[in-house]
Design a protein around this ligand. Structure first.
Ligand SMILES: [Zn+2]
Ligand SMILES: [Zn+2]
Length: 484
């Protein structure tokens, strides 16, 4: 009887899923028809507005050109003369697809109902029931297991191949990631690799921060957006993995087995099934959902950019506390294959400590890191960029440049020339190292390594000196070089 009831649960879920997918297929059919109409309309509009588009491209290419104003005027007068052309901007079919994307029913239902249920049931349950210490213990353990499985498992192990894991570790993290209800490994990793490849692109980054907080946090999963359709071409390493194939194929059943079956079984063992389901099941699920989602939303909004400003990713200690170390997102976007996100030894990154700890007992191997000189080089380059921005802002302000600023300008110029020379020496050393390793006999390679080590240390020392000199220069104008 119990077995029948237990079996009934996933089957009911499955029937619900099939019913929902029927609705989805019907909706998709209607959408396809609408899309065809939009496409045809869009094509007609594109042809009609070919001329004004060309003019606006010229303007875009030469924003600093004095002639721009003339071009703008010409285009404005053209628009005045022809009202049809002025209102008919070329229609971007993909943007239309975004606007009219159909609801992604299963994820939308889960992501909307679980936070409401947690907000209502948890306080009610805590007021009306005694919760034992073991239940709180299981809640804590599941919080850690689920959260860190996403960061160490789905993210650093599967998406970035930042290290290799023993099957015990891999499967433990895979089960924890299934508990997290964030999609199968195929979907999660395919989406994440697209995020890195097309970061901030409104069309191709599945959780583009350029579409705002709501979209990057949760909105991207609520509808079937074109950027959220994964073809798995970017995960050939995962699609041949038998375990991951099984997880993907029976994902719904795995999710139910982990989140209901496993949680209830543990609850039964500690003598409180409902308490464990409410806290270690529901509340834990909602909290870990949103802590992970912070990485895509808040970590692209608030914090510093010490390594690159070519994308919106930020380093943020406070967010690292909630995201098991993934708050150092600026570093991660620049050096994504490093198993560390908080790269400095003192930065709070429990995921890196776990991976490094497991390597001591042989459960993780081949931990990938970026060398210190390359990291420091990126930081110093960013400092120069910030210095140049300071100089440009002051210069744009007018003729009366303060004395301290003039000195700063000279210092930066001098330091940049010295830095360029160091970088050239470094590049030459790298070329020399490759050449020496090619021509030297194998038994003398360690001697070559020793010699090169010394020369590399010299370069690293010099880059650190440039960094220190820049700090002094920034202080002279009352600025903290770390400020983003
Ligand atoms: Zn990101
Ligand atoms: Zn990543």
């Amino acid at each position: 009887m119990i077995a029948k009831t237990a079996m009934g649960l996933p089957l009911k879920g499955l029937r619900l899923a099939i019913k929902s997918s029927d609705i989805l297929i019907q909706t998709a059919g209607t959408q396809a028809l609408r899309l065809k109409t939009w496409y045809e309309e869009g094509k007609a509009n594109e042809a009609a507005s070919e001329q004004p588009t060309a003019t606006s491209n010229v303007n875009e290419l030469s924003p600093a050109n004095d002639d721009t104003s003339i071009n703008t005027k010409t285009s404005a007068s053209t628009s005045d003369n022809n009202k049809t052309l002025s209102t008919e901007k070329p229609i971007d079919i993909r943007e239309l697809e975004f606007k009219k994307a159909p609801i992604n029913w299963i994820p939308a239902t889960i992501l909307i109902t679980t936070p409401i249920a947690a907000a209502v049931i948890t306080p009610w349950y805590l007021f009306t029931h005694q919760v034992s210490a073991p239940v709180w213990g299981v809640f804590g353990a599941f919080m850690v297991w689920t959260g860190i499985s996403i960061t160490a498992g789905y993210h650093r192990l599967l998406a970035h191949r930042a290290y290799k894991a023993h099957p015990i570790v891999k499967n433990f993290l895979l089960l924890g990631s299934t508990l997290a209800v964030q999609g199968s490994a195929f979907d999660w990793v395919s989406g994440h690799r697209s995020h890195h490849r097309h970061v901030d692109d409104r069309m191709d980054d599945p959780y583009s921060a350029k579409r705002g907080f709501f979209f990057s946090h949760i909105g991207w999963m609520l509808k079937n957006y074109p950027s959220g359709k994964f073809d798995y071409k970017n995960i050939p390493d995962l699609t041949k993995d038998r375990t991951l194939q099984i997880q993907h194929k029976y994902y719904g059943l795995w999710v139910l087995a982990a989140n209901v079956g496993l949680v209830a079984a543990i609850g039964w063992l500690i003598g409180d099934v409902w308490g464990t389901l409410v806290l270690a099941g529901l509340l834990r699920l909602v909290l870990t959902h949103h802590f992970t989602f912070f990485i895509n939303s808040l970590c692209h909004m608030f914090g510093s950019r010490p390594y690159t400003d070519t994308n919106t990713a930020r380093d943020n200690f406070f967010l690292a506390l909630f995201t098991w170390g993934e708050g150092y997102h600026n570093y991660h976007h620049f050096f994504q294959y490093d198993y560390r996100n908080g790269v400095k030894w003192w930065q709070y990154d429990p995921t890196k400590w776990l991976i490094a700890g497991l390597s001591k007992v042989g459960l993780t191997t081949e931990l990938r890191t970026i060398d210190d000189t390359t990291i420091k080089h990126a930081e110093v380059q960013m400092q120069f960029k910030k210095a140049q921005q300071q100089i440009d802002t002051v210069n744009a302000g007018g003729l009366d440049i303060p004395h301290a600023m003039k000195t700063f300008q000279d210092r930066i110029k001098f330091e940049f020339e010295a830095f360029t020379q160091t970088v050239e020496e470094w590049q030459a050393l790298k070329a020399k190292a490759i050449e020496m390793k090619k021509t030297e006999f194998a038994d003398r390679l360690h001697e070559v390594d020793d010699k090169l080590k010394h020369e590399y240390a010299n370069i690293e020392q010099k880059i650190h000196e440039h960094n220190d000199n820049l700090k002094v220069a920034f202080r002279s104008i009352g600025h903290n070089s770390k400020a983003a």
